[in-house]
Design a protein around this ligand. Structure first.
Ligand SMILES: [Zn+2]
Length: 487
């Protein structure tokens, strides 16, 4: 048996002004995909899943970019062309495993995943079985479901089961090829658009719903079940939660089960409301804490949700309130260059952050000492993305007062302890650590922290969706609209 492995992955924040141009994509071709083997990554899980079943994996093409704004139409075409070409030249095959996100938006393609599947089907044919793996934040549309044979989705947020879900997809695809199963999938989308903060899967309301979903799988009621929290910051018709149940040939049963799960969240919709303390209150609270480290979560600048990673509201407040042993990461290539020019141990005066747009605070004027300069390369400790390399470009640590400002050339996904360790800062030695995230940080930091405080920062990750000018999302939808109807 022979499976082609490929994909294109991006979570697109359609309100962001940071265009996700082609140069933002990290592209792997052919055997280059093998670098993901053994890591907690969808491509890794697909490769490993094939290997352990004796299936020949043909690595074709994989492109991924850090979440940010719209993908231009030409960039998307370029990616589609190469994926299609490489899939075509890898044929014949018994199946295809595609690693997608589910919340990618390209200019002119609000459902980019459906467009990817259309293009792959164009070259591979209507009948070849295709398994798709999605992120928990997927905004799933019916067209993508119609074009796929099997869809599996991370069941966790923070995402710790990434490779497992890809392995599951490979296993189900193998069963399809062997003629053991005939998947029937039903998609149900109640009008709910929760922000990331309330989508943590270890707590309610998602915990109980995922327990029931797993129950359906283990009892054999369903082959696989997707509970997707969706990505609220993509202004597309399919934005919001999705429930996807796949049974062995029984569409009516799949619909009943998907409606059951959707109903569970619908009944608990009040739990999808979020509010957080103000920046001054949260910083004061962290400084007064008697046990450390306290994690201040800059929800408004949730890098994993497509924000710029250069928000300054918390940095300004830490300096104003004279915090000590505090660490914050800010993406600011200009300041990195100035720190490098100044050199280690020397003093430098900088205007830090707040430069990408005018939504994430003003640049902060500070003077500090350059403590460390690195190449910005490190490897995730995990659990999310364990073993996957990270590249934040040349980086520097500038210590201003009691605050360690980690300056990076490109924004990088936060929440992994090795990000701090790579620049010589041991996280457990800090009193306060600012994490630009919503939930992703928990996997790495919860084991070492005293407390986490989610902070009401402004910005593109704001938990107040009324701050965004939605045009395409289906309305009414809760909590954007107080009254939404369903069922
Ligand atoms: Zn996600």
């Amino acid at each position: 048996m022979r499976f082609i492995i490929g994909g294109i992955m991006h979570e697109t924040h359609t309100f962001s002004r940071e265009i996700t141009s082609i140069d933002k994509f990290d592209i792997s071709r052919g055997e280059e995909l093998l670098r993901f083997a053994g890591s907690n990554h969808s491509v890794g899980g697909a490769l490993d899943g094939c290997a352990r079943r004796g299936i020949e994996a043909v690595p074709a093409f994989f492109a991924i970019a850090t979440p940010a704004g719209l993908v231009p139409a030409e960039a998307f075409e370029t990616l589609l062309d190469e994926l299609a070409e490489r899939v075509a030249s890898s044929l014949p095959a018994d199946g295809i495993v595609l690693t997608l996100h589910g919340a990618m938006v390209a200019k002119g393609s609000p459902d980019a995943e459906a467009a990817i599947l259309e293009r792959v089907r164009d070259v591979a044919g209507e009948t070849i079985p295709i398994a798709v793996t999605l992120d928990f934040h997927a905004n799933i549309g019916q067209r993508m479901v119609d074009l796929s044979t099997i869809i599996t989705t991370y069941d966790t947020y923070p995402h710790v089961d990434i490779a497992e879900r890809a392995d599951e997809a490979v296993g189900l695809l193998q069963q399809v090829v062997l003629g053991e199963i005939e998947p029937a999938t039903v998609l149900i989308k109640p009008p709910l658009i929760p922000v990331p903060q309330v989508q943590q899967t270890a707590i309610e309301p998602f915990r109980t719903i995922l327990e029931r979903a797993h129950d359906m799988e283990t009892r054999g009621e369903a082959l696989t079940v997707t509970v997707a929290g969706g990505f609220a910051y993509a202004d597309v018709p399919d934005a919001g939660v999705s429930f996807l149940v796949t049974t062995n040939g029984d569409r009516a049963a799949a619909a009943t089960l998907a409606n059951e799960l959707a109903g569970m969240l619908w009944e608990r919709q009040e739990m999808l409301l979020a509010s957080n303390p103000s920046v001054p209150d949260a910083v004061a609270d962290a400084i007064a804490a008697e046990e450390w480290p306290v994690i201040l979560v800059d929800v408004g600048d949730n890098v994993g949700g497509g924000t710029p990673g250069d928000a300054t509201e918390i940095l300004a407040e830490l300096l104003r309130q004279n915090a000590v042993d505090a660490t914050i990461v800010i993406a600011d290539p200009e300041s990195v260059q100035q720190a490098i020019a100044a050199g280690v141990r020397n003093e430098v005066s900088l205007r830090v952050g707040g430069k990408v747009d005018d939504l994430h605070g003003d640049p902060v004027e500070l003077t500090g000492r350059v403590v460390t300069i690195t190449d910005g390369q490190w490897v995730h400790e995990g659990p999310e993305n364990a073993g996957v390399p990270a590249d934040m470009g040349p980086a520097a640590v500038v210590r201003a007062g009691g605050v360690n400002v980690i300056l990076t050339s490109v924004k990088s996904m936060p929440g992994d302890l090795n990000q701090l360790r790579s620049v010589g800062i041991e996280p457990s030695s800090q009193r306060i650590i600012v994490v630009k995230a919503s939930v992703r940080w928990r996997g790495g930091f919860e084991p070492i922290m005293a407390r986490g405080i989610l902070v009401d920062t402004s910005g593109l990750g704001s938990v107040d969706l009324s701050r965004f000018a939605y045009e395409s999302v289906r309305r009414p939808i809760f909590p954007l609209d107080e009254r939404a109807e369903w069922g």
